[in-house]
Design a protein around this ligand. Structure first.
Ligand code: BGP
Length: 471
């Protein structure tokens, strides 16, 4: 059961969800700083103004991660700390913060794994159309180049974007994320293309610098499975994977969009406006992509539908990832199944879906290098006599790490695992109630940190390189 010595046991976070200090030291406002202040958008109106104050307490947090034996910390850079307006003027204090954070990791031998974009966009760029405006890609490439020049001597793993599907779909289809637009598939597909083009340009720029690190991007990995083996539902799963997996993975790994989807978007007038030059850049960049990051929480169970069905209204308690909704084209809907297990927020718990999905990916794309850049359990952790007894999280991570090992044994090339999250943090829509961390943050007691049961468990797993996992 041992994982190889060069497999990284990590944990992750994202700037808006942990840093706080939203206007400290010259940081500019972002789309999320604005969006969370609109009444009704987040659970109990929570926002990241203070979050868990990682900006001011990063030394304490990194020391705890080191004590846990963490080998790598995935965090994101807030673009607006570095370019308060998105482009132009540079804020040296923002650069200093990330230099300090990186150096603090390296002091303990923790590998910094850096996400350049985890959804917090400088507000002026949001106002000018965000990712619908092609100038945003120009500004992004400049920002990324600055990060490579400032941090690339010590950071050897860069992720360009986190989960394009989420900020595009929740931004322009469900309206749950900024800019809060609903049911606009034309814009949704346009955003995905503009982001893939920005990704391609960025990795070409990175390679020109000869920093000899790795660069890739992180996608949601939510493979679709049919609810039964009827041909109609098998077709629904294939269709869902074309739109949910191939549309996102093909342009990055193969440098072109899947024909099946392109054809249907053409017919329905939803094809993004793209130029031949953009398509050529995407093609040129594909072989330069060093890895793919997968964020796996749950698979999708799908069934074919014969006529349009109503969109399910998700409350903030219920969260956007729960099943029940039709696809945008009303070909299928996702289903909650009686024989499956779900979290309190209705996300299916399925380590077997993880293995099956990973093997499916290998069959389609070959042995590309993968990192599991997120996986974890959102829960309300029980506190018993002052101790945070997050046993369900231990069980969840145990089973998903076993799934990763099984996939490796079946030939899937996985080089690391990042639990979401290192420390309790702000869930975008579900506030602080939904916890993910190994480190508890006491919001009633000045944000004091405390080790959870899972903290000690993960330390043991890392120490034994997985040998102590329960099978
Ligand atoms: C992923 C995001 C993370 C994190 C996680 C859990 O999609 O990349 O930032 O938030 O999901 O989601 P939630 O907080 O909604 O439970």
């Amino acid at each position: 059961m041992k994982f190889a010595n060069d497999f990284l046991f990590g944990a992750a976070s994202a700037a808006y969800q942990v840093e706080g200090a939203w206007d400290q030291d010259g940081k500019g406002p972002t789309n999320w700083d604005e969006f969370t202040k609109i009444p009704g958008k987040t659970f109990e109106g929570t926002n990241g103004d203070v979050a868990v104050d990682h900006y001011n307490r990063y030394k304490e947090d990194i020391a705890l991660m080191a004590e846990m034996g963490l080998e790598s910390y995935r965090f994101s850079i807030s673009w607006a700390r570095i370019f308060p307006n998105g482009s132009g003027e540079i804020n040296q204090k923002g650069i200093d913060f990330y230099n300090n954070l990186i150096d603090e990791c390296l002091k303990y031998g923790i590998v910094p794994f850096v996400t350049l974009y985890h959804w917090d966009l400088p507000l002026p760029l949001e106002k000018e159309g965000a990712w619908l405006n092609k100038n945003t890609a120009d500004a992004y490439v400049e920002y990324a180049k600055l990060c490579f020049n400032e941090f690339g001597d010590r950071v050897k793993n860069f992720i360009t974007f986190n989960e394009t599907v989420v900020f595009a779909a929740l931004g322009y289809m469900s309206g749950a994320h900024p800019p809060g637009i609903q049911n606009d598939p034309k814009k949704y597909f346009q955003v995905t293309h503009n982001v893939f083009y920005a990704h391609a340009r960025t990795i070409i720029e990175y390679k020109k610098l000869n920093q000899f690190g790795e660069i890739g991007l992180s996608h949601v990995f939510s493979p679709a499975f049919a609810v039964d083996d009827s041909p109609a539902n098998e077709f629904a799963a294939e269709h869902a994977n074309q739109f949910g997996v191939n549309w996102f993975y093909d342009p990055i790994l193969k440098g072109e969009y899947p024909e099946y989807v392109v054809k249907q978007l053409e017919e329905s007038g939803l094809l993004p406006d793209w130029t031949l030059e953009e398509l050529a850049v995407i093609k040129q960049a594909a072989p330069l992509n060093d890895f793919m990051g997968l964020n796996y929480y749950q698979p999708m169970r799908v069934e074919k539908i014969e006529q349009p069905v109503e969109q399910v209204e998700h409350s903030l308690e219920n969260s956007t990832g729960s099943p029940g909704n039709p696809s945008f084209d009303h070909v299928f809907r996702t289903v909650k199944m009686d024989d499956k297990k779900y979290t309190k927020w209705d996300w299916e718990i399925s380590p077997t879906g993880f293995v099956d999905g990973l093997v499916m990916l290998k069959d389609q794309y070959g042995q590309i290098k993968l990192y599991i850049t997120e996986n974890g359990l959102g829960d309300e952790d029980p506190i018993i006599e002052g101790a945070v007894c997050d046993i369900p999280r231990i069980n969840f991570l145990n089973d998903h790490l076993c799934a990763v090992k099984e996939a490796i044994d079946r030939g899937v090339h996985i080089k690391g695992f990042y639990s979401w999250s290192a420390i309790d943090l702000l869930s975008w829509l579900n506030g602080y109630k939904k916890q993910y961390g190994f480190i508890y943050v006491d919001h009633q007691n000045g944000l004091a940190r405390k080790k959870k049961a899972s903290f000690h468990w993960y330390k043991e797993i890392i120490d034994t390189r997985g040998e102590s996992l329960a099978r």
